[in-house]
Design a protein around this ligand. Sequence first.
Ligand code: NAD
Ligand code: GDD
Length: 323
Amino acid sequence: MKTALVCGAGGFIGSHMVKRLKNEGYWVKGVDLKYPEFSPTEADDFMIGDLRDMDVCNRAVDRKFDEIYQFAADMGGAGFVFTGENDADIMHNSVMCNINMMDVAYKRNAGRIFYSSSACIYPERNQMDALHPTTSEDSAYPAGPDSDYGWEKLFSERMYMAYHRNKGLDVRIARFHNIFGPEGTWEGGREKSPAAFCRKVAETPDGGTIEMWGDGNQTRSFLYIDECLEGVRRLMSQDAFMGPVNIGSDEMISINGLAGMVMEIAGKNLDIKHIPGPLGVVGRNSDNRLIKEKLGWAPNWPLSKGMALTYRWINEQVQEKNK
Ligand code: NAD
Ligand code: GDD
């Protein structure tokens, strides 16, 4: 039976990855500061621990796992990573998890390790045009991310690649583009725009008004969780290509368009009040040429399919909270 360690197994992507690996027949250990918020973990063993502490990392890697998935990070949507107020914590906390985990993985001769980088590593200068952003993997340098979150991700990518070159650590790296779905953070300040608009629409009676940061002409693409997991598993299950590679959708949409899609799914007609807020880059879309070339696959679900599933789940959370 194959074994895997999932770091950040109490979070959105990590908890879904635990389920996916269990479905594939793995023995899975999870580690996180907390248990998953919305459903019990399916991990065979779950350790509560802080990966900034090397002792915890040593106890987490208590055997030679076939695979390690490193999702642990201090992260959130635009309201958390682009305000500037959390930069020190984001950089310190996330880099400590990465430094420790890659060193323990190497020293304990653990198996292949996956690192979840981000579209936020791409230079701001290539994402100033809402309709024509550039995110090909080779456009990462000269570097110029617009956030310290992005700089930490880029530094950690480099550190994983250096461990690969100098010490032979078996590494796979993906740059995720805004992953969403059920059981993701939907309130509290760390939620990303798909969850934020599902919540706002669910909370607002037909004919009411919701708020949106910026003019709504900024663009993004959003990837449903199941497709993210599929991409990660495909990257981990082959020997020829380590990345970094984009794992994202190439269905670009404006934030106004995203809000409109949620209203349509909910069957509500709401006004949008545009207010100042943390915006991030003007435009972003996933360039999927490299993933198609290297893995012979790319995500292909229409955004509306994943958004319908996500709205249904967030609407349930909102109704439950209102009881
Ligand atoms: P998440 O916040 O839901 O999960 C991260 C988990 O890491 C949390 O459960 C948190 O408690 C845990 N964690 C943080 N610090 C820790 C520590 N010191 N010790 C142990 N656990 C710790 O985020 P997510 O959406 O599941 O993201 C997973 C990974 O993917 C992160 O590295 C994130 O930066 C990256 N990523 C996510 C997206 C996205 O859209 N969700 C996009 C790009 C990159
Ligand atoms: N979260 C949120 N909430 N965003 C809003 C809102 C709102 O109420 N109103 C408008 N927006 C706008 C933001 O200003 C931003 O321009 C856009 O919606 C997208 O915001 P997010 O979905 O929060 O984040 P992002 O796409 O800019 O960045 C996220 O994705 C990266 C990977 O692609 C972040 O989660 C990063 O941490 C992540 O790495």
